[in-house]
Design a protein around this ligand. Structure first.
Ligand SMILES: *Cc1c(COP(=O)(O)O)cnc(C)c1O
Length: 426
């Protein structure tokens, strides 16, 4: 028995499924999750002392690589001053100003501790600001695990949503309308029927929780237009894309100004920081200024904020995202070439430091198209890469991440592994 096996067996005696977040359990790919002891730059070391090149990056936050010395020093310095006070600190203002500078659609911002909390609060705020109840989300987008968001489409177009988790009352799900990603006709029909009842539309501008799917510019423009026409709040969930696909997030690439933006992951540099913010007009409804309640003991925690702030400063180095995007594109082009020589169809895409690949011809635009990729082959490929020292997300439905520490040599090493892995699964 390996030490990873021992730890996993032991973990299952105290923690449900042995993990504190389900995808970590490797259920989709089978096998034993790796328990990590250490990370540095692009690499991780597990409990058996095995080394991996990491393309999960803690699911997105580690855009600078693991244990970046400047970030670690900022955390140590903040911790030495005190771990938290539950009272305001100057660091919160500094990070707020920094984020508002990078994303001009945020005129006000509130910090919280997780993306789930941020998305849930943004929806409550949209409902409070509009006095409406219905919300619209898209199939395949993930916005955390708040009750109103764990919902799939009902039996017909524009019918009540159904819960995707036990424990979510059908009454809660009934207020959520779930539509197909990238489908302009559906969103038009939805607003025609319910326009005056829709509090908000929440969307991942580039979806990273059904592998990697770009929203089309035409569809995003239509969402913006319809929300403006009907007085609904457009919420862009940039928890994954924020500071990752570009310094100014996906909104800087599409040139669209959401009313509210949800942030997480990179904004905390690996620590529990998330935020939501947007137009002052909507944000003024938030307590203590307005009637929409929202609070948090650990919100704006100074040690967590120190990690986020150090990260946000380092990624502003000129050319940072260009270099990140080049390495990521090189990685994906290499995957595609290696798959092709192994005789396998593979579709690849990336923006900035975020990527996706599919065992299918052509890139998908909706969740049902994502489902047509060959998942069995992905599982084999995942393990073939793991055996060769490359740690990919243990699921065919997650985007991958490259950090600034993934230089040409790291990418080249990965592509040697990928060539062997594609041949092995062909
Ligand atoms: C990760 C993620 C969330 C949830 O964030 P947590 O910090 O895990 O609660 C929300 N939205 C998107 C787009 C995400 O990728």
């Amino acid at each position: 028995m390996s030490r990873n096996d021992e730890l996993f067996a032991r973990a299952q005696r105290s923690i449900p499924g042995g993990v504190n977040s389900p995808v970590r359990a490797f259920r989709q790919v089978g096998g034993t999750p790796r328990f990590f002891e250490r990370g540095a730059g692009a690499r991780l070391w597990d409990a058996d002392g095995r080394e991996y090149i990491d393309y999960v990056g803690s699911w997105g936050p580690m855009i600078l690589g693991h244990a970046h010395p400047t970030v670690v020093a900022a955390v140590q310095d903040a911790a030495a001053h005190g771990l938290g006070y539950g009272a305001p600190t100057e660091a919160e203002i500094v990070i707020a100003e920094e984020v508002m500078k990078l994303m001009p659609s945020l005129e006000k911002i509130r910090f919280v501790s997780s993306g789930t909390e941020a998305a849930m609060s943004a929806i409550r705020l949209a409902r409070g600001a509009t006095g409406r109840t219905r919300i619209v989300k898209f199939d395949g987008c993930y916005h955390g695990h708040a009750d109103s968001l764990l919902v799939k489409a009902g039996s017909g177009l524009l019918t009540f949503g159904n819960p995707t988790s036990a424990g979510v009352p059908a009454d809660f799900a009934a207020h959520t309308i779930v539509l197909d990603y990238n489908d302009i006709a559906e969103i038009d029909a939805c607003f025609e029927k319910f326009g005056h009842e829709i509090a908000c539309v929440i969307v991942e501008p580039i979806a990273g929780n059904m592998n990697f799917v770009r929203g089309t510019p035409e569809w995003h423009a239509r969402l913006r237009e319809l929300c403006t026409q009907h007085g609904s709040v457009l919420i862009w969930d940039e928890v994954m894309t924020g500071f990752r696909v570009a310094l100014g997030g996906a909104q800087s690439l599409y040139g669209i100004r959401p009313d509210l933006t949800v942030l997480g992951k990179v904004i905390g540099g690996g620590m529990p920081v998330a935020a939501f913010g947007g137009s002052a007009e909507v944000m003024k409804f938030l307590a203590p200024e307005g009637p929409v309640y929202q609070a948090g003991t650990l919100s704006g925690n100074p040690v967590a904020v120190a990690a986020g702030l150090a990260t946000l400063r380092l990624i502003q180095e000129p050319g940072f995202h260009d270099r990140l995007g080049e390495q990521t594109a090189k990685l994906m082009a290499g995957f595609q070439a290696a798959a092709e020589s192994a005789g396998l169809p593979l579709a690849v895409d990336s923006v900035g430091g975020m990527f996706g690949f599919y065992f299918r011809e052509g890139l998908p635009g909706t969740l049902s198209e994502v489902h047509t990729a060959d998942v069995e082959r992905f599982k084999k490929f995942f393990h073939a890469m793991l055996d060769r020292g490359v740690y990919l997300a243990p699921s065919a439905y997650e985007a991958g991440f490259v950090s600034a520490a993934h230089d040409g040599a790291v990418v080249a090493e990965t592509l040697v592994a990928a060539a062997g892995a594609f041949r092995a699964v062909a």
